[in-house]
Design a binder for this molecule. Structure first.
Ligand code: NAD
Length: 496
């Protein structure tokens, strides 16, 4: 019998009684391995009520005690992360080393949040007016909702919940229904770390559960990561309902290669950033923009490296796993056919892959497409799979204009040995996260993560100081402790 995955409400697993559910697949086997119940209204209400009930006590828990829980959670995560990596590989398909990598990047945010007391300090001005002091307090919002995508089932929730919890909020996390078990494992870890029941809850489901969070009056904020159309819907709905919202969307990341670049470094980087996690990363490189005359030489270096990529079951010694579902695999493969129809040239065709894994797995090998027309859907749309396009341009300016005319602005990279060109690029490119000779420029936890344009709706990015600003609201107190002299009636503003 398939295992059942329940919600996590008030520190216990609660099996769904709703009539709707989804199958969770092992993508390398192409088989369902678990069933997850999709929350109905009563379950949505129960998860939010649990978080609401836990809020007053957690908000009042001292910074020192909250910090101790954070440190214990960090230690447990560090010591048990190989178990979590197995769970991620089983439901997502990425290779084990990559699953461990995402946990480590999430753990960095936990480590950052261990320093919450420093970031939660307010400001104090003594004697702003005669005997009057002014100071600010940062307080938590209350119940915060987090909605995460399938591609980072551990890291993306960890972009938000360590900051939210250390700042005194309580959480309802709605993970992707495609790989929901990582969130449950993290919930159990919180309990072991001593987090009071109800501070961290997990609610499974699809649109209905998401809408339940968006429309519930007791949810103060929404942090969303996923595709652009859904991000836009989340932003508009949450904002209309008076909630604080940050909604991170899709991407189409370009790598600009100047003729003076080290082409071996570029080829390594393009392969790693294009095909790592089977291209299912929001910071994956999907377009190499080659400033001529380097395109032919670069394509030959990239394709020779691609022939060494071992595609297969992520539990074996492979470099790249399957795609997350059959539907997603077929959709990504359909872009290769579109490229053919649009007159691009398929240099390496991933449809012909011979994987080291079960024949039923959702396989698609790394694919390289040259001379992609700018009018093609292959160039314009996010593909979110192991498909790397090459576009040839004749100058830096043409490449920059191409990048800046795109709808997305998540990440980009420039490869060059010219510091002046790199500096010009960082100033002129309209993208939120920039790599200079670094292909996947995901900022470290104490900076903030987020793109421009259709890659982020809202005005706060994830983690870093912006994360703490998002998960707190400020009060400013003006106080006077009377000394023996009283000022008498004065209807004006105090001025000195
Ligand atoms: P998705 O948009 O399909 O799903 C994201 C979340 O929204 C899931 O929890 C899902 O259950 C929920 N959802 C799905 N349909 C919904 C609907 N109609 N109404 C309300 N909620 C809905 O995204 P995905 O396929 O899980 O993840 C891949 C996408 O996420 C890609 O577009 C990728 O670029 C993006 N992503 C962006 C970032 C970033 O930082 N900008 C990071 C990771 C992933």
């Amino acid at each position: 019998m398939m295992s059942q995955i329940g919600h996590w409400i008030s520190g216990v697993e609660v099996y769904s009684k709703s009539s709707r559910s989804g199958k969770v697949f092992d993508p390398a086997l192409g088989q369902p391995v678990a069933e997850v119940g999709f929350a109905n209204q009563a379950e949505i209400d129960a998860a939010i009520a649990a978080a609401k009930a836990a809020f007053p006590a957690w908000k009042s828990t001292t910074l020192a005690k909250r910090q101790q829980v954070m440190f214990r959670f960090r230690e447990l995560l560090e010591n048990n992360k190989s178990e979590l990596a197995q769970i991620i590989t089983r439901e997502h398909g990425k290779v084990l080393s990559d699953a461990l990598g995402e946990i480590t990047r999430g753990q960095e945010v936990v480590e950052f949040a261990c320093g919450a007391p420093q970031l939660l300090k307010g400001e104090y001005s003594e004697n702003a007016s005669t005997n009057v002091d002014v100071y600010s307090l940062k307080q938590p919002l209350g119940v915060v909702g987090i909605i995460s995508p399938f591609n980072f089932p551990a890291m993306v929730p960890m972009w938000f919940f360590p900051v939210a919890i250390s700042a005194g909020n309580t959480v309802v996390l709605k993970p992707s229904e495609k790989d929901p078990s990582a969130a449950m494992w993290l919930a159990r870890l919180w309990k072991e770390a001593g987090l009071p029941d109800g501070v961290f809850n997990v609610l499974h489901g699809d649109k209905e559960a998401v809408d339940g969070l968006l429309n519930h009056p007791d949810v103060a904020s929404i942090s969303f990561v996923g595709s652009t159309p859904i991000a836009q819907y989340i932003y508009e709905t949450a904002a209309r309902n008076g909630k604080r919202v940050q909604a991170l969307g899709g991407a189409k990341n370009h790598m600009l290669v100047l003729p003076d670049a080290d082409l071996d470094l570029v080829a390594d980087s393009a392969v790693n950033a294009g095909f790592g996690s089977a291209g299912e990363r929001c910071m994956a490189i999907s377009v190499v923009v080659a400033v001529e005359p380097v395109a032919d030489e670069l394509i030959s270096k990239i394709s020779s490296r691609m022939s060494q990529i071992r595609v297969g079951d992520g539990r074996r010694s492979c470099d790249m796993g399957p795609l997350v579902t059959k539907e997603h695999r077929d959709k990504v493969a359909s872009y290769i056919s579109i490229a053919e129809q649009d007159g691009a040239s398929i240099v390496v065709d991933g449809r012909k892959v011979n994987p080291d894994g079960d024949a039923n797995g959702f396989w698609l090998g790394p694919t390289l497409i040259d001379k992609v027309p700018l009018s093609s859907k292959v160039y314009r749309e996010e593909i979110f799979g192991p498909v790397l396009s090459v576009v040839r341009v004749s100058s830096y300016e043409e490449g920059l204009q191409l990048i800046n005319s795109g709808a997305f602005g998540n990440g980009t990279a420039i490869f060059t040995n010219d510091g002046g060109a790199a500096r010009k690029f960082q100033n002129e490119v309209e993208v939120g996260m920039i790599g200079i000779n670094v292909p996947i420029p995901v900022p470290v936890a104490y900076f903030s993560f987020g793109g421009w344009k259709h890659s982020l709706f809202g005005d706060s990015r994830a983690h870093g100081e912006e994360g703490f600003r998002f998960f707190t609201q400020t009060k400013v107190v003006t106080s006077r402790w009377l000394d023996p002299s009283h000022g008498g009636i004065n209807l004006g503003f105090p001025q000195n």
